[in-house]
Write a protein that binds this ligand. Structure first.
Ligand SMILES: *Cc1c(COP(=O)(O)O)cnc(C)c1O
Length: 395
C-alpha cells in the first residue's frame, strides 16, 4: 500500500474474535453509522434492529433495562433513565396534562414530594398528598379528573407500609393509574406488577446498583401504549443515561441478590439488637412484632422486610451529634442502599423543611435516625451501635 500522509478520520472496526468477552463491553458511541439509506429506513421502521443516536438508545442502557424488566416482570421493555428522579418526572410530566389531578403518598421521596407540591401545580396539574395506608382518605381525595396515584410501598424514614391491595381496588374502580416507586423495597421483596401496579419506577442509584457511584433510574408500564409514551418522552426530554453509568450499574446489579439478602438479614438482627439498648427509645422495623403494619408487610413482602431500620435515641440534637461522631466506621450520609451502612438524620436533611411540630406528627424527633444497613459483619455492626449509643446517651 502506498504510504499515505493523511489518515482516515474514522476509528477502525474491532478485530474479529471467535470468543466473546465475559464482561459487557462499554459502548460510549453517541452516533451509529448505517450501511445505506435503505437500511436506515428499515431501522427507523423497526424492521431491522440498530442504534442511531445514543439519546434514542444504546447497548449499555438496553442491557440494564432488560435486566430490570426480568427483575420486575415488566410486561413490555422498560426504559432506563439518567436518574430515579428522571423516571419519576417522566411519569408525572409525560403522562399528565393541565387540568389533571394527581395523588401522591404523603411520605414520598423528598424530590418527588417537591415535584408534586411545586412543579405540577405550576403546570396546571392539581395534586393532593395522602397517607397510602388510609384507603378512606384516598377515596375522599379522588376527583373526577384524578389521573394517577403515586406511592412507595414502604415510607421513608418511618417505614410504614402502604395498603397496596386496597389502593389497587380503588384505582381499578375509578380507572386511575397506580404508580409504584419500588426503590426502597426492590423487586426482591415485591414486584408491584404482580399486585396490579400500572407503572413501576426505580432509582437504580440505590440498592440495585449499590455502590454509590452511579445515578440511574428505570420506568415501565403495564399498558403498551403508555409504555411507548414513556419511552418517547424520556428521549424527547433528554432523560437518557450515559453508557458508562449503565455499565457500572450492570456490574453492581450482578451482585444485587446477594447484597440484598445479606443486608436484610443483618438489618433484622440490628433491629432486635437496638431494641435491647438502653439509650434507644424506639425501634422501627417492619419485621418486628411491635410494628403497626407487620401483618401487611408480611402479606406484601413475604417476610422480606428489607435493609432499612429506623430508631430513636433518648435525647435531642446534642445526643444526635454525639452519636454520629461516635459511630466509627459508618458514614453519616443521607442516602441508602450503599454497600456500607449509612446513617441518615431526617431532622437535619430529608425533613429539614418541615417544622418541628410537623416532624413530631410524623414521629421524627431530633433523636430519630434511619439506618441503611450494608454488608458489614453483623457482630461488628452491632458492636459499633452498642458503643455509639452508649457514648451518645451515657447509658
Ligand atoms: C433516591 C430516590 C429517588 C430518586 O432517585 P435518584 O436516582 O436519586 O434521582 C426516588 N425515589 C426514591 C424512593 C428514592 O429513594
Amino acid at each position: 500500500m502506498k504510504n499515505e500522509k493523511g489518515s482516515i478520520v474514522r476509528p477502525d472496526a474491532l478485530p474479529d474474535s471467535a470468543s466473546r468477552p465475559v464482561v459487557t463491553p462499554l459502548s460510549p458511541s453517541v452516533v451509529y453509522a448505517s450501511e445505506t439509506p435503505d437500511m436506515l429506513d428499515r431501522q427507523y421502521e423497526g424492521a431491522l434492529h440498530g442504534y442511531t443516536y445514543a439519546r434514542e438508545g444504546h447497548p449499555n442502557a438496553d442491557v440494564v433495562a432488560r435486566r430490570m424488566d426480568r427483575l420486575e416482570g415488566a410486561p413490555h421493555a422498560g426504559v432506563v433513565t439518567a436518574s430515579g428522579m428522571a423516571a419519576v418526572s417522566a411519569v408525572l410530566l409525560g403522562l399528565t396534562q393541565a387540568g389533571d389531578h394527581v395523588i401522591g403518598g404523603n411520605q414520598l421521596y423528598g424530590r418527588s414530594l417537591r415535584m408534586m407540591k411545586e412543579d405540577l401545580p405550576r403546570l396546571g396539574i392539581a395534586t393532593s398528598l395522602v397517607d397510602p395506608g388510609d384507603i378512606e382518605a384516598m377515596r375522599a381525595a379522588l376527583r373526577p379528573e384524578t389521573r394517577m396515584v403515586l406511592i412507595e410501598v414502604v415510607s421513608n424514614p418511618t417505614l410504614r407500609v402502604a395498603d397496596l391491595e386496597g389502593l389497587k381496588a380503588l384505582c381499578a374502580q375509578h380507572d386511575i393509574l397506580l404508580v409504584v416507586d419500588n426503590t426502597f423495597t426492590t423487586p426482591r421483596a415485591i414486584r408491584p406488577f404482580d399486585w396490579g401496579a400500572d407503572i413501576v419506577i426505580h432509582s437504580i442509584t440505590k440498592l440495585l446498583a449499590g455502590h454509590s457511584d452511579v445515578m440511574l433510574g428505570y420506568v415501565a408500564a403495564r399498558d403498551a401504549a403508555l409504555n411507548d409514551r414513556l419511552r418517547v418522552f424520556t428521549v424527547t426530554a433528554g432523560m437518557n443515561p450515559s453508557p458508562f453509568d449503565c455499565w457500572l450499574a450492570e456490574r453492581g446489579m450482578l451482585s444485587f441478590d446477594l447484597r440484598f439478602d445479606r443486608a436484610q438479614a443483618t438489618a433484622a438482627r440490628l433491629a432486635d439488637h437496638l431494641g435491647t439498648l438502653e439509650g434507644v427509645r424506639r425501634v422501627i422495623y417492619p419485621g418486628r412484632d411491635d410494628h403497626p403494619d407487620r401483618a401487611r408487610a408480611m402479606a406484601l413482602l413475604g417476610g422480606q422486610f428489607c435493609n432499612m431500620v429506623s430508631f430513636e435515641l433518648n435525647g435531642g440534637r446534642e445526643t444526635a451529634n454525639a452519636f454520629t461522631r461516635a459511630a466509627d466506621g459508618l458514614s453519616f450520609a443521607p442516602t441508602l442502599g450503599d454497600i456500607g451502612t449509612t446513617l441518615s438524620h431526617p431532622a437535619s436533611s430529608s425533613h429539614r423543611a418541615l417544622t418541628a411540630k410537623e416532624r413530631a406528627e410524623l414521629g421524627m424527633s431530633e433523636g430519630f435516625f434511619r439506618v441503611s444497613v450494608g454488608l458489614e459483619d453483623p457482630d461488628t455492626l452491632c458492636r459499633i451501635f452498642t458503643d455509639a449509643v452508649a457514648a451518645a446517651t451515657g447509658s
